[in-house]
Design a protein around this ligand. Structure first.
Ligand code: MG
Length: 375
């Protein structure tokens, strides 16, 4: 039996992780956490009855109702839960930069991190990689492209270049001049993947692909220039690697997050999760990305490897996306806010979590000011 903690159990990856676990044997969910979605969390814990639970916001009602469960609250409470629960695997499925502190804690107490929080690498960079290495913790990516790369790279001759794909997001067929004023509804209408709202908005701007280039840089040790990006409209090709002799290996499969989630749990083994896994007669086509359509992708490439700018990039995006989701700014403002914020941060080389947190805090403050200028 593997003891598991699921952080962010009520989010998109969290709920899909629970549905995957229904089909897998040998796992016991002993700890779960959520942000503020208490009604879904209540359903989940009454079904699974974990030994430990935590939430970012405190919920007296749940604490009273489930007296046999040990509850923690606040971000520090989630860390305490990780300490107390003595888990083998920690699934980090929270969204945003706050995921880094949980990943760092998990790297101390667990044997494997199933990492669905790309911000842990964008904001933590080498810090998280080093800690996992020191503690011999397996870091298995859940992000579909990186799961693909992980499977392509492991155990063979090192490829010269790697690539990840993008569906192109909800605005892929819009005139570039029409992208700036795209409505929230247009942007949330993703053509392929079913995901949380931030990552769906980040797909349309390709901030998400930018974060993923950075994620791949730290996970696999490639320079930005050796990490290519293509559009694959149906998302069947997740990633690929190319070798000195010109040969390319592709990672191909149904675009369904439950597959990489399951792989991160069962690795190095594979289990059947989906009923239909037919990939014959689908089109496997890669198209170049027109970089002029996606300035955020170019900016992410430019700052890849420079931690303080990466932290600012992510922080500004979190603030801008929140404002866009509340229809307070235009879609095109998201990039402008990120660009302005990042330009205020030259590389300060933070070495520990408190320094990272400080840069994140300052970047958010600056980004909020930029949001206000948009009204
Ligand atoms: Mg992805």
């Amino acid at each position: 039996m593997k003891r598991i903690a699921i952080l962010g159990s009520t989010g998109s990856i969290g709920t899909q992780t629970l549905s995957v676990l229904e089909k897998l044997e040998g796992f016991e969910v002993v700890a779960m956490s959520c942000g503020h979605n208490f009604s879904l969390f209540e359903e989940q814990i009454s079904k699974l009855r974990p030994r430990f639970a935590a939430s970012v916001g405190r919920c007296e009602r749940l604490i009273d109702k489930f007296s046999e469960i040990t509850f923690f609250s606040g971000e520090s409470g989630i860390e305490e839960m990780l300490e107390a629960s003595e888990v083998d695997y920690a699934v980090i499925a929270v969204s945003g930069a706050t995921g880094l502190r949980f990943s760092l804690k998990a790297a101390e107490v667990a044997k494997r991190i199933c990492l669905a929080n790309k911000e842990s690498l964008v904001c933590g960079g080498e810090l998280l990689m080093k800690r996992c290495k020191e503690k011999s913790v397996e870091l298995i990516p859940v992000d579909s492209e990186h799961s693909g790369l992980f499977q392509l790279i492991e155990g063979g001759i090192r490829p010269e270049k790697i690539f990840i794909t993008a569906s192109g997001g909800a605005l892929r067929d819009r005139e570039i001049s029409q992208m700036q004023n795209a409505s929230l509804r247009d942007v949330l209408n993703h053509p392929v993947w079913s995901m949380g709202s931030r990552v769906t908005i980040d797909s349309a701007s390709m901030v998400n692909k930018g974060l993923e280039i950075i994620e791949a840089h730290y996970l696999f040790g490639y320079e930005e220039r050796d990490i290519e990006t293509y559009i694959c409209r149906n998302s069947y090709i997740h990633a690929g690697v190319s070798f000195a002799d010109g040969m390319v290996k592709l990672h191909v499969g149904i675009p369904d997050m439950r597959v990489p989630i399951a792989y991160s749990l069962t690795y190095p083994y594979r289990e059947r999760i989906l009923d239909h896994e037919e990939v014959t007669s689908v089109s496997l086509k890669l198209e170049p990305i027109k970089s002029e359509r996606y300035p955020a992708l170019c900016l992410a490439r430019a700052i890849c490897g420079r931690l303080s700018e990466q932290i600012a990039f992510n922080a500004a995006d979190e603030i801008a996306v929140e404002a866009f989701a509340q229809e307070r700014i235009r879609f095109g403002d998201i990039y402008n806010i990120i660009e302005k914020t990042v330009s205020a941060f030259r590389d300060q080389k933070p070495v520990d979590y408190s320094q990272i947190l400080e840069i994140d805090r300052l970047a958010r403050k600056l980004a909020r000011k930029e949001v206000q200028k948009c009204y």
